[in-house]
Write a protein that binds this ligand. Structure first.
Ligand SMILES: *Cc1c(COP(=O)(O)O)cnc(C)c1O
Length: 352
């Protein structure tokens, strides 16, 4: 038996369950309830598998170029990876090596702490304010080795103003500031344009949520040429060929479907508003959401009880058994039909 001292000792990130029941209502991992755009389905069907005998381009090829055109920047400012988790992991390996502490909010995407542990980056978790918002002043005038903030934040669903983020970026010119915009299309203010103004800013985006493509695995970063080059150098020291041909071709197709993209988001925002209202009628208090999920607590019934009772009905939401947030539920905004089933289930559980 191999001595365990040989292994990297790490508590991994635990993603939400992927249950599989025909009758389930799955509102636990912030997937988009609507299918990908028609052009995506077409590109997937028309993909010629004969091409798979060749290696793909190392930099994401046409997908990288189309993303650059979409955002009106140069391909040299774009890095593409296998979901934003892959992009963020490479950024953690590339950008936080000063030995000074990486700052990120205490309540945020729990993967940040896992990568910091994995890559031996010292870190400091910065508490949120009592109302679960981020105080920009906590990131200004404090020695650090880099900053990572999800905006909108997860699982709180709340967004910071772009002006506050800019203050943080401007106050930390020596360190990389990463803004994870996984949910920005659902209501946050993007700082993508500031990548042209600040060479310490990296904006990370994903196709998983707003583009309904979690299964394809596409994420990307936008930053200065120098930062993108440094990130690419690290990626090319691990695996040159991260982006496969189907991801490149099918991902690219989604960028041409702006109207579908906007319409789908609008539907989700409308359902979100109704969900919050109906939850309020049942005694829930919900934070103002700028994402495709909400973060909510019930006035009298513990979140864990509601989570477990919903699960018995094959209605899946996310419960975090962690200090500070263990009386809250994170609920993905599904279709109107899914929300109807959720509300009906909650009425039974709460005897309303
Ligand atoms: C979902 C999510 C990601 C990762 O998404 P990918 O599917 O890997 O692109 C990154 N950051 C946050 C805050 C997320 O919620």
């Amino acid at each position: 038996m191999v001595n365990k001292d040989n292994f990297r000792n790490i508590d991994p990130y635990v993603p939400g369950d992927q249950p599989d029941f025909a009758d389930m209502v799955k509102l636990n991992t912030n997937e988009n309830p609507y299918p990908p755009a028609p052009a995506v389905l077409k590109a997937a069907e028309e993909f010629s598998a004969g091409r798979l005998k060749l290696y793909p381009p190392t930099d994401g090829g046409a997908l990288r170029r189309e993303l650059a055109a979409y955002h009106g920047i140069s391909p040299e400012n774009v890095f593409v990876g296998v979901g934003s988790d892959d992009v963020l992991a490479v950024i953690f390996q590339t950008c936080f090596n000063s030995g000074r502490k990486l700052f990120f909010p205490e309540i945020s995407y729990s993967f940040y702490e896992v990568w910091a542990e994995l890559y031996r980056v010292p870190y400091c978790k910065i508490p949120l304010k009592a109302d679960f918002t981020i105080d920009p002043d906590d990131y200004i005038g404090k020695e650090n080795g880099g900053i990572v903030i999800a905006n909108p934040n997860a699982p709180t669903s709340m967004a910071m103003a772009a002006a506050d983020i800019e203050k943080i970026i401007a106050a930390n010119p020596d360190n990389v500031v990463v803004i994870d915009e996984a949910y920005v299309d659902f209501g946050g203010e993007s700082v993508l344009e500031l990548t042209g103004k600040y060479d310490n800013l990296i904006v990370v985006r994903t196709f998983s949520k707003s583009r309904s493509m979690a299964g394809l695995r596409i994420g990307y970063a936008i930053a200065s040429k120098e930062l993108i080059q440094a990130i690419s150098d690290v990626k090319n020291s691990i695996n040159s060929y991260t982006m496969n041909f189907p991801s490149i071709e099918v991902g690219k197709a989604s960028l041409a479907e702006e109207e579908y993209f906007r319409t789908t988001i609008a539907k989700i925002l409308k359902t979100r508003e109704r969900l919050v209202k109906e939850l309020s009628d049942l005694g829930f208090v919900t934070f103002p959401s700028s994402a495709n999920f909400i973060f909510t607590t019930h006035k009298s019934v513990p979140a864990k009880t509601i989570f477990e009772e919903l699960r018995k009905k094959h209605i899946f939401v996310r419960f975090f058994n962690k200090p500070l947030i263990n009386n809250y539920l994170r609920i993905t905004v599904g279709t109107d039909e899914e929300v109807d089933k959720l509300i009906a289930g909650l009425k039974e559980i709460l005897n309303k």
